[in-house]
Design a protein around this ligand. Structure first.
Ligand code: ZN
Length: 205
């Protein structure tokens, strides 16, 4: 999981070189739209620029990447060598992007799947409207209801991610347990109106 080296609109040679030091293959980037579409990457760089919020691959030399600031970046990994990257904000979670990505990974042959959740906004910093919170809770259960540091209604994104993964049969979930709004080490749109994004990249050797 890399951070601080990728920006939404920046594709300078310096940034590309920095990315290549992480994994030296073309990265498949997505046009993230908070939807539920999943891209299957069949060759290095395949599917780049597709409107989607998740990508999976079972091919060697393929790297799939998502950009996030406060939304959840999720890596899918499997013993069978199928991997994936998911960008999930609350709309994507309600839309089922996590479950769809898992389903696609299984179609590619993943049986023993596990997931890793990267830095995202945590409930203490994520005040949330009542109606939208009801929508997420109706989809993923009341465990998504959290409380902010000020004592107001919040969405618990990590809990929502875990609920979606569990619904899809993935119970082995690692969480770096970092709130992007609290941490100075990561970009946050909500906390600091930062334009930068973290990159999550997952690849097959
Ligand atoms: Zn926080």
């Amino acid at each position: 999981m890399g951070h601080g080296g990728a920006y939404v609109h920046e594709v300078s040679p310096a940034v590309d070189a920095r990315r290549r030091t992480i994994v030296d293959v073309p990265w498949t980037w997505l046009r993230q739209v908070h939807g539920d579409d999943v891209v299957t990457v069949r060759s290095p760089g395949d599917g780049a620029g597709t409107k989607a919020d998740a990508a999976v691959t079972d091919r060697a030399g393929c790297a799939v990447a998502v950009l996030t600031a406060d939304c959840a970046p999720i890596a899918l990994l499997s013993r069978e060598g199928v991997v994936g990257a998911v960008h999930a904000g609350w709309r994507g979670l309600v839309g089922g992007v996590v479950e769809r990505a898992v389903e696609r990974a299984r179609q590619l042959g993943a049986h023993q799947l596990r997931a890793a959740l990267g830095p995202c906004i945590h409930p203490e910093c994520y005040e949330f409207g009542a109606a939208d919170l009801d929508t997420v809770a109706a989809r993923l259960g009341d465990g998504v209801r959290g409380i902010t540091a000020r004592g107001t209604r919040a969405l618990d994104v990590p809990a929502a991610v875990r609920a979606a993964l569990h619904a899809a049969g993935v119970t082995d979930v690692d969480d770096v347990n970092v709130c992007t709004a609290c941490s100075d080490d990561y970009f946050s749109w909500r906390a600091r109106a930062e334009q930068g994004r973290q990159a999550l990249v997952v690849w097959r050797d």
